[in-house]
Each structure stands twice: as C-alpha cells, then as structure tokens.
Design a protein around this ligand. Structure first.
Ligand SMILES: Nc1ncnc2c1ncn2[C@@H]1O[C@H](COP(=O)(O)OP(=O)(O)OP(=O)(O)O)[C@@H](O)[C@H]1O
Ligand SMILES: [Mg+2]
Length: 328
C-alpha cells in the first residue's frame, strides 16, 4: 500500500494573545489537535472561516511554524527543525504558494531570475539547463517567453501568481501547500490560475494542500476536503461526498451557501450568531452556539473526530453512523 507523503499527528499550536504591555495573556489554540495525511499526488482541500487556523496548519506542515505538540512526518521521516541543513534540503521537495504574489516576489529582479532561484539555491542543474528549465516552467504555467525579462510590477496579478507557481515548481517538489492562492485575484482570473494548478496536478503528479475559504474553488481542485472550525477538523471526506452530502451542521451551512447555477437559494442554511472568537472558545463543541441542532451534550462535551462511514470522519454528537445510513 502507498504510504502518505505527509502525515501530521495531533498537531498543536497555541499563540499567546497579550492584553496591553504588561497585561495577562490569553492562549489562542490556533491548531488544536489536528491529524491529517496527504498521499502522493493527492490534493487535500482545507476550508473554514477566517481565523480557523488554516494558515497556521499549512505552515506547520512545512515545518515553518514551530510544533508545540504532535508531529509531522514527510516521506516517512520526522520533519527536521526549521533552519537546519536537513530542513533546507527538504524545502526543495515542499513549497509554499500564498495569497499575495507581489509580496512573494522581489521587486528588483526579472521574473525569469526569480523562477530559476530555487534551482540555484538547491544547486540543481547547470546554468544552461537552468535557462531551459525556466522556459519550460513558464510555458507550463501559461507565461510567454517574452515575459521572462519583466519585473513583477510589469505583470498582472494573475501573471504574477503564475510566476510564483512556476518558481514553486522549479525544484520539482512532491508537495505544494497553496494558502489562498487565488483569493487576491479577480474572479475571472481565479479560474485560470486554478486550471493551471489542476493541469500541474495531472502532468507533474504533485500532492497539494489547498487552503481556501472559498468552497467553489476547493470543489474544483480537491480530491479530499477537511473542514476546520476553531483549530479543529470537524469533517473530512472526499470532495464528492462533502459537497453532495455534508453531515456536520457547520459543513452543511458552508456547502449550502455556495450558489449552484440554475438553483434557487431557497432552503439554504444560514450560519447563525457571531463568527467564533478563538480567544473565547465556547465550552463543549465549539460550534454549539451557532448550531441549529445542538443539544445539552454539545454544550458540555467536545465531540471527537471519528469515522461515521468508511473514509468519512465527523466530530459531531448529533451525527451517528445510524443517521448516515438512514440518510444514504
Ligand atoms: N502570530 C500570531 N500571533 C497571535 N495570534 C495569531 C498569530 N497568527 C495567527 N494567530 C491567531 O491564530 C488563529 C488562526 O490564525 P490563522 O491565520 O491560522 O487562520 P486562517 O484560518 O488562516 O484565517 P484566514 O482565513 O483569515 O487566513 C487566529 O485566531 C489568529 O488571530
Ligand atoms: Mg490564512
């Protein structure tokens, strides 16, 4: 059986939120006991509202954010500590693409140089081979050869993100963590960049962790989806299953808020109450104050993520294996 490319077990990351200069601090459990794995070539979508811990989780998977509890293995070996030569060597195999391409690029360098940078850093290929590889990467992401000498400000937002993706691919990584890679782009351009990533999945067989609060985008690209709420995974299943038959009330509300062309929005579930405050986590199930089906047990006891059907996990007291089989 194939082994996961990346596997995280019981990850914990707590930030201390300080009140004033000398005030006491409140712990924010940004990632609170998360276990996930991604198989080679697989795309795992991570969705959830702002502040649910998606970016923190993404950085922890790459060893960029310190791990305060639990662990990450990459290709079967423990993730080396940030900044060590072992970690730097591994960075060639795992790359990050985030929201703001302008911030990710150096204003003073033409994009072709920046795309080739990882080849230089990791001492891959000769100079001539590098130039050929940069040209190949630019074509793969849909940039024209004549754009090679352009500086980041001479490109559109979509073109810049293509350049960032090309750079991330230069070292032929096994894993790409994309953190809201299209959120800053116009809707029409978003689809083009998502298509570039989809093509790359097929042509390069790269595994991806695709973080987004936009379910429409995730539906297009992810094989499997993990739904986060206040530092926990509340539901996890294949993309088809999550979108066709969400079980957790939070997932149901998220999915029902995605417009389907030609269908009225009647009957959709609207999330009630305030968005969650991580500094003041509700007792029991953190979702219970906004949950339409919460009962007494939800207020006092935190539901664990457990298998409710083959390949499908949910953390909800009100979703039992019986109710799934009845609904199926
Ligand atoms: N450096 C930090 N110091 C203190 N708290 C932080 C820090 N970074 C993140 N947090 C807090 O941790 C929680 C999770 O943040 P994170 O950025 O991972 O969420 P997210 O799901 O990526 O949100 P978004 O969709 O807005 O990008 C939030 O409550 C955030 O305020
Ligand atoms: Mg984020």
């Amino acid at each position: 059986m194939t082994k996961p490319l990346i596997e995280a077990t019981d990850l914990i990351r707590i930030y201390e939120l300080r009140h004033g200069l000398f005030g006491r601090s409140t712990p924010i459990r940004a990632v609170d006991g998360i276990s996930i794995s991604v198989m080679p070539g697989e795309t795992l979508g991570i969705v959830g509202e702002s502040g649910s811990g998606k970016s923190t989780l993404g950085r922890m998977l790459l060893g960029i954010d310190p791990i305060q509890g639990g662990g990450v293995t990459f290709d079967g070996a423990p993730m080396p500590r940030l900044g060590t030569p072992e970690w730097r060597a591994l960075r060639a195999r795992m790359q990050l693409v985030y929201q703001d391409p302008l911030a990710a690029l150096d204003k003073r360098l033409p994009i072709s140089e920046q795309i080739g940078e990882p080849l230089e850093i990791h001492k891959l290929l000769s100079k001539d081979e590098r130039a050929a590889r940069v040209a190949e990467l630019m074509t793969a992401v849909g940039l024209r050869p004549d754009q090679a000498g352009r500086f980041p400000h001479e490109l559109s937002g979509g073109q810049r993100q293509r350049a960032v993706i090309a750079r991330a691919l230069a070292s032929r990584p096994d894993l790409l963590v994309c953190d809201e890679p299209v959120a800053a782009l116009d809707v029409s351009i978003q689809a083009q960049v998502v298509n570039v990533l989809r093509d790359l999945q097929e042509s390069h067989g790269i595994a991806m962790v695709f973080i987004s609060h936009d379910l429409k985008v995730v539906r297009n690209i992810a094989d499997r989806v993990a739904v986060m709420y206040l530092g926990h995974i509340v539901e996890e299943a294949t993309s088809d299953v999550i979108f066709a038959n969400p079980r957790h009330p939070y997932t149901r509300a998220l999915v029902s808020s995605v417009p389907v062309p030609g269908q009225k929005l009647e009957g959709r579930l609207v999330l009630q109450g305030e968005p969650p405050n991580p500094a003041d986590r509700p007792s029991g199930c953190a979702f219970h104050p906004r949950c339409p089906i919460a009962s007494d047990v939800c207020r006092v006891s935190r539901p664990q993520l457990s298998e409710i059907a083959p390949g499908r996990n949910a953390a909800c007291h009100m979703v039992s294996p019986q109710s799934v089989s009845m609904a199926a």
